[in-house]
Design a protein around this ligand. Sequence first.
Ligand code: RB5
Length: 149
Amino acid sequence: MTNRKIALGCDHGGFELKNEIIAHLKECGVEYKDFGTYSSDSCDYPDYAEKACSAVVSGEYDLAILVCGTGIGISMAANKIKGIRAACCSDTFSARFTRLHNDANALCMGGRVVGAGLACDMVDLFINTDFEGGRHQGRIDKVMALENK
Ligand code: RB5
């Protein structure tokens, strides 16, 4: 299992799934920090995308795992943060290839979309897969350059 450090964030729509993911990370001995939310009370997903992703951009954590109802809102918010490449996934192929080809540093999922078993498989692939580099690096450079236009 990876020695990457994981920053977690969610809103109320992702709260239950995030807890399942935390239980899984604990079982696997993966180091993580939960940046909230800490209850199922209604809240705003951009706040938690920002908290978890800031910890990745600062270098304190390696990857973020974010959950809202669909995974979409929290991925939109995450992708507004400089240095974040967030991928909203509902299948294991995408979770793996977004590390291999996109060097994604945030995995977003929908707590109302995917079950815990699939989500944990996606997490395992995401946190244990390295970026391939090579021909993909130039594309990532172009993606990141868009932040400064
Ligand atoms: C909250 O009800 C819901 O809108 C949110 O979790 C997310 O699905 C937004 O994209």
